[in-house]
Design a protein around this ligand. Structure first.
Ligand SMILES: *Cc1c(COP(=O)(O)O)cnc(C)c1O
Length: 389
């Protein structure tokens, strides 16, 4: 028997790095010590207070039943308090906040909530792949917005063609950015708001890396800090990177109440909310974010510094940013993203993510992730140095 996949699934662009994955598997089967700098998943354990809160709440039978797709009030109130304290943004917990099962879920489902087949979506290139694939699943036509280094990897709104903008339903934006690590300031968000207003476009800002930075005087802002942002869009945020909780599947969307309500209407039909004990644990995290964020950033800053020093020593260029858990680096002359990644794997048993995995404008770069222990990271950088110099 053969069961044909749906067209939408079959039409996903082919996975470019199957070949690299196969080499990794073969090496690991032979017992070779492969170090991966490829994965954007924090290695730092979730704080014990957060875990204690989960364990306590897991014992309460009241928490074992279905929860709402919109999220518990106590969770949404904690998000509201966090946004006030962290970003000075006011949010109505009932109308302007919804829980999501990780922002990936929300990002994928916002497309089903608003896209009709044939609608255009604006997608940064390079970017997190869920924007493009999520919107394609819903029948949208993704239109790439190139992010270029000469422009600090910001979107150039003037380059978006008028006839595309007119047909666009959703624009996806994310700063601080994965994979480039670039960030933006409030003026960029203001430009985004006026672009979205002009063409009546739903704006989805993904702020997954809002709390990974080195300079307390230069923290990432929220899209909702821009005047008029709530008229045009929402912001996704997540506990995954901020609190080392990727496996917990808890995030939220905040902003325009109509968009939030519609997303909830869609979600009630496909999920039944987040385990209540997890929402209580998320409240503990959000209420004490300053302590947890500080702890993470000390670790990431040290690792970022180590990686940057080594890259400088061996003459590999990288984009200078102190945000996110990535160092976006230039592939040396004579290589493509893919051949360089393959060379590192062949000769040094090191995995990096080729920039082209994130879109064609990622070509010429590779991404180093700071989510492995200091000593493994040091070992990895040592091995890279040996094959480059
Ligand atoms: C990691 C990441 C997320 C977070 O996803 P979750 O589903 O909340 O774990 C969202 N956006 C980007 C760009 C990311 O890199």
């Amino acid at each position: 028997m053969h069961f044909e996949e749906s067209d939408r699934l079959k039409n996903i662009p082919p996975y470019l790095f199957a070949e690299i994955d196969e080499i990794i598997n073969k090496k690991q089967e032979k017992g070779i010590d492969v170090i991966s700098l490829g994965i954007g998943d924090p290695d730092i354990p979730t704080n014990t207070n957060i875990i204690k809160s989960l364990c306590r709440e897991a014992k309460n039978p009241q928490n074992h039943r279905y929860s709402s797709s919109y999220g518990m009030s106590i969770f949404k109130e904690a998000v509201s308090k966090f946004y006030k304290k962290r970003f000075n943004v006011d949010l109505d917990p009932d109308k302007e906040i919804i829980s999501v099962l990780g922002s990936k879920e929300g990002i994928a489902n916002i497309a089903y909530t608003f896209i009709n087949p044939g609608d255009y979506t604006l997608i940064p290139d390079p970017s997190y792949l869920v924007y493009k694939i999520g919107s394609s699943f819903a029948g949208g036509i993704p239109y790439a917005m190139p992010l270029k280094e000469e422009n600090d990897f910001l979107i150039d709104f003037e380059k978006i063609k008028e006839d595309v903008a007119i047909k666009t339903k959703i624009i996806y934006v994310s700063y601080p950015n994965n994979p480039t690590s670039a960030s933006c300031d409030i003026n960029f968000f203001k430009e985004l708001v006026s672009f979205a207003k002009k063409y009546n476009i739903i704006t989805c800002h993904d702020n997954a890396y809002s709390d990974i930075y080195s300079d307390d005087n230069d923290k990432p802002t929220s899209f909702l800090n821009a005047d008029g942002s709530k008229e045009v869009g929402i912001e996704f945020n997540s506990l995954s990177k901020t609190f080392n909780m990727t496996g917990w599947r808890v995030g939220y969307a905040v902003g325009n109440c109509e968009i939030i309500k519609s997303l909830g209407k869609y979600k009630t039909n496909v999920d039944s909310g987040i385990f209540k004990a997890i929402q209580y644990a998320a409240v503990e995290a959000l209420n004490n974010y300053e302590e947890y964020v500080k702890y993470n950033n000390v670790i990431y800053n040290k690792r970022r510094k180590m990686v940057r020093e080594l890259l400088e020593r061996i003459g590999i260029d990288y984009y200078k940013s102190d945000k996110t858990i990535y160092v976006w680096s230039k592939v040396p002359d004579g290589f493509t993203s893919k051949t360089f990644a393959k060379m590192l794997l062949d000769k040094a048993d090191i995995v990096v993510t080729p920039g082209s995995a994130f879109g064609s404008f990622g070509e010429g770069y590779f991404r180093i992730s700071l989510t492995i222990s200091d000593d493994r990271l040091e070992e990895a950088m040592d091995r890279i140095q040996k094959v480059i110099l």
